[in-house]
Design a protein around this ligand. Structure first.
Ligand SMILES: Cc1cc2nc3c(=O)[nH]c(=O)nc-3n(C[C@H](O)[C@H](O)[C@H](O)COP(=O)(O)OP(=O)(O)OC[C@H]3O[C@@H](n4cnc5c(N)ncnc54)[C@H](O)[C@@H]3O)c2cc1C
Length: 412
């Protein structure tokens, strides 16, 4: 079948690779001049089921509200006019149990499956990219651990490994952790990993191209129309008809399917990352770590250290460099000598496409021939390979290897 994929971030590229491996003729449309230039550009790189969380959790709102007053929240709202009231209302409802547990279990299942598919793809094509095994969630106090209690109990139910460590055991795993910062302990996720999302996406694109996928960069697809949803119109270019269309356009997916009567309750939540040259091996992290209190991640990516986190709603009010104080603080708290932060630091601001219930939308859109693989929020990299395989199976009329309950558009 002739299939169009809209968007060449990690989701679109992995989807194209799976579709061509399933024997289809695939064309990828990307409005930018290259691939992986939006949300997939400089993400933290955490993958695996341990650290996925659905953005919704019982008590989340009151915690963030309190943090706002103490100035410790990583969430920033740029103007009251930007307040996404309807989305927040739906989000609050999704924070209640059992809705929260069901959604988180779906996400963990997808991340677990993605990891298996990812390993298979890496081996099959012999891909080599920057990566490090394992991850740690650092707790400054016991209270940090209690906040994720429910999340951890669900991991246990899903058979996903994790271990709570004392401060001494944590320091044995990460000897460079600063002793100046109070450490209560950590949760260790041995099955997780950190890997370079953009690098992988570029490699996957090469493989897809060799198998015959055509990448059309500089091609912005106009919103799909009700009369002919599978006829793709591209600004200033010829239109083309496909048997199927898979929408993988990140935060822009909403506008692409809007005229079809599909309303995606998605919100752009921007985050930041800093990437700085490694200063001293001995002072750098060995695996990926996440500061549980500030939800800031630190990981090594080849000869660089990447620090990322924060949530910002609304347009940037000032230069990105002025918004990254929390990232520098957390880096200095844990690994003060690890990176050269004085010059040539790459500061990046990227948009996470966060659905109101915190989990992606996978599957048929409700309009024949139009499929959705979008709304991945903070876990698009972790869930990319499994989501791509599942979509390719569904489009090809095969049974999925994973239960996608709770991830379809019909839930809204
Ligand atoms: C600070 C930060 C840290 C993160 N850390 C992690 C992490 O540790 N682990 C993890 O799993 N995830 C992480 N994420 C999330 C992850 O980066 C995203 O979920 C993932 O990159 C989404 O990929 P995507 O392909 O859906 O979107 P994108 O990469 O944004 O790709 C969408 C593409 O569609 C194109 N497009 C849009 N509209 C059109 C159109 N009309 N026509 C043609 N093309 C179009 C865009 O140009 C873009 O290239 C992080 C995100 C941020 C911001």
């Amino acid at each position: 079948m002739k299939i169009a994929v809209i968007g060449a971030g990690v989701i679109g590229v992995t989807t194209a690779l799976e579709l061509v491996s399933h024997g289809h003729e695939v064309v990828v449309y990307e409005k930018g001049s290259g691939i992986a230039q939006q949300a997939s550009f400089a993400a933290s790189g955490f993958m695996g089921p341990g650290l996925v969380n659905s953005w919704t959790a019982p008590g989340m709102f009151s915690r963030q509200f309190k943090n706002w007053f103490t100035g410790e929240s990583g969430i920033r709202l740029n103007g009251l006019l930007e307040f996404p009231a309807a989305w927040v209302w739906q989000w609050l409802r999704a924070c209640r149990d059992p809705e929260f547990s069901l959604k988180l279990s779906s996400l963990q299942r997808l991340a677990f499956y993605s990891q298996e598919v990812f390993k298979g793809v890496t081996e099959q094509y012999g891909l080599s990219y920057e990566s490090s095994p394992g991850s740690l969630m650092l707790c400054r106090s016991e209270a940090d651990l209690q906040k994720v209690d429910l999340q951890l109990s669900l991991l246990k139910d899903a058979g996903i490994l994790y271990k709570t460590l004392s401060a001494a055991d944590t320091r044995a795993i990460e000897p460079a952790l600063s002793t100046e910062t109070e450490l209560w302990g950590a949760v260790c996720f041995p099955q997780d990993a950190v890997a370079n999302c953009r690098q992988f996406t570029l490699l996957a694109k090469q493989e897809a191209e060799q198998l015959g996928v055509v990448f059309k960069t500089g091609h912005e697809v106009l919103p799909l129309s009700v009369s002919k949803p599978r006829l793709l119109h591209v600004a200033d270019k010829e239109s083309e008809l496909f048997d199927h269309v898979v929408v993988c356009a990140g935060i822009h997916s909403k506008a692409i399917v809007h005229k079809l009567g599909i309303h995606l309750p998605v919100q752009a939540v921007h985050g930041y990352s800093l990437s700085a040259a490694l200063r001293e091996e001995m002072d750098a992290p060995l695996c990926g770590v996440v500061d549980a209190k500030h939800q800031v991640a630190i990981a090594r990516s080849g000869q660089r250290i990447r620090v990322s986190g924060m949530c910002e709603i609304g347009p940037a009010r000032q230069a990105s460099e002025k918004n990254t104080g929390l990232l520098y603080k957390v880096l200095n708290d844990w690994f003060p000598g690890a990176a050269k932060t004085q010059d040539n630091v790459q500061v990046w601001r990227g948009a996470r496409d966060v659905m109101s219930d915190g989990v992606p939308v996978l599957g048929l859109s409700g309009v024949p021939g139009v499929w959705l693989n979008t709304g991945h929020g903070n876990h698009g990299w972790a869930c990319s390979s499994g989501s791509a395989r599942a979509i390719a199976d569904m489009v090809s009329g095969r049974d999925c290897e994973i239960d996608l309950k709770g991830l379809g558009i019909e839930r809204f």
